[in-house]
Design a protein around this ligand. Sequence first.
Ligand SMILES: Cc1cc2nc3c(=O)[nH]c(=O)nc-3n(C[C@H](O)[C@H](O)[C@H](O)COP(=O)(O)OP(=O)(O)OC[C@H]3O[C@@H](n4cnc5c(N)ncnc54)[C@H](O)[C@@H]3O)c2cc1C
Length: 492
Amino acid sequence: MRQLHAGGGHAVVIAGAGPTGLMLAGELALGGADVAIVERRTSQGLVGQRAGGLHSRTIEVLDQRGIADRFLAAGQVAQVAGFAQIRLDISDFPTPHPYGLALWQGDIERILADWVTELGVPIYRGTEVRGLRQHDGGVDIELSDGRTTRADYLVGCDGGRSVIRKAAGIGFPGWDPTTSYLIALAEVADEPPWGIRRDAVGIHGFSRQDDGPVRIMVTERQLRSSAGEPTLADLRAAVAAVYGSDFGIHTPTSIARFTDVTRQASAYRSGRVLLAGDAAHIHHPAGGQGLNTGVQDAVNLGWKLAQVVNGVSPPSLLDTYHDERHPVGARVLHTTLAQIALLRTDDRTAALHDTMSELLGMDEPRKRLAAQMSGLDIRYDCGDGHPLLGRRMPDLHLDSGTGRRVFTLLHEARPVLLSFGGAPRVSGWTDRVRSVPAGFTGTWELPVLGAVEAAAAVLIRPDGHVAWVGDESAAGLTETLTTWFGPARAPG
Ligand SMILES: Cc1cc2nc3c(=O)[nH]c(=O)nc-3n(C[C@H](O)[C@H](O)[C@H](O)COP(=O)(O)OP(=O)(O)OC[C@H]3O[C@@H](n4cnc5c(N)ncnc54)[C@H](O)[C@@H]3O)c2cc1C
């Protein structure tokens, strides 16, 4: 077997250097795993427009790694959360980032790729994964250049048409498309009507940023989901059908078609193969959930997979990735289906949209849906009891004299045991868990729930979710530490 590099294979190979694959690579590198990416594209450059921003929770997870500033400096902070184009303001939410960020996917990928390169992860570009074979010793990965490489685990972050998902025999059930859209960057000979237009066919729009190309989106009169790559003639015809003119569209930089096809992988893990991002879930872009969900899949999976390949935890820990993220993906699909229904342009749906808009003007419904769309309300099953359990740890400003914030403690992607008083003993885990005594005098506040009872001690997972809440007596702590961070080891 020829290997990816002279030294042999890698413990983890990721197929795809999109936002999900890049984030996962960074997480694995921080976790000390030997990881590499195999990417079909020859450069990180992204042709065409895709995601246009980040939601609050995604900015938070980047903040937990100390890289949020890079994104904030490149984009424009704004209230981007919405439901079926009904704006949901989150400026009153208890988060260091009560907003979203307008930033094109090309820039997001560039910043993530720089980070991953700094962390020393090799990206083998211009190479495709073509197939795989799992066995007891690992997974053999067939590459487009004829080589085969072996890894302990292969993660398919290779987008909606995932080769890895198909090769692993994982089903992708869901809903067939009902509508198709063309998006393009091009020049126009005649001035088009700028802005959004709604009609019986759907939603269309022309926009332009500075001196850049014109951004065009048009809903096609008839669903064309498997009609091959769209051409300039298709674009002109679709625009003319809506506007009565094609405005002399010419010199396209990119033309792409997307639909409202909605599907989710039936399993996120099959033995040594895992799926994340669009490879695991696809849906209409309304609500801007796709990239955000993929990045957050990566943050849930990264530390777990690093622990497994480093021999710290058994492979069964990886099943919690499916258990935790599959329901999150299913909920994203569900809300997206609801938005598509509400975005229909007939009079009856428009009346329903107005009613929904009125309801979302009320505080309680706004908060609930805004927390969902911004990713701030995600709760994993970490047992019942304190409301913090399974939820994201708030970014408390700790008064331990150092001006530290909780998110700063998570930069290394290691678990943290934070105690506000007598510290519980974690002697069998000192090699993995950082114990931090701290003080905090403010209010513990969560999105939607509001103020919650202060905790005496919390165990925070590397992804920022709370695994345990307790006090000096440490009841249940040993079991929780074993579940998430492997068995105790004798100190030294
Ligand atoms: C019009 C539009 C607007 C959108 N707007 C938003 C938005 O506002 N917010 C949002 O969150 N999301 C949005 N999305 C969705 C977002 O673009 C995707 O969810 C996101 O790109 C998924 O990232 P990913 O890394 O999982 O997959 P991808 O971005 O698809 O990346 C997959 C990578 O794998 C590579 N690859 C594919 N096959 C192979 C192979 N066999 N071997 C090696 N490499 C391979 C590809 O070249 C690519 O680099 C939008 C999408 C569209 C189409």
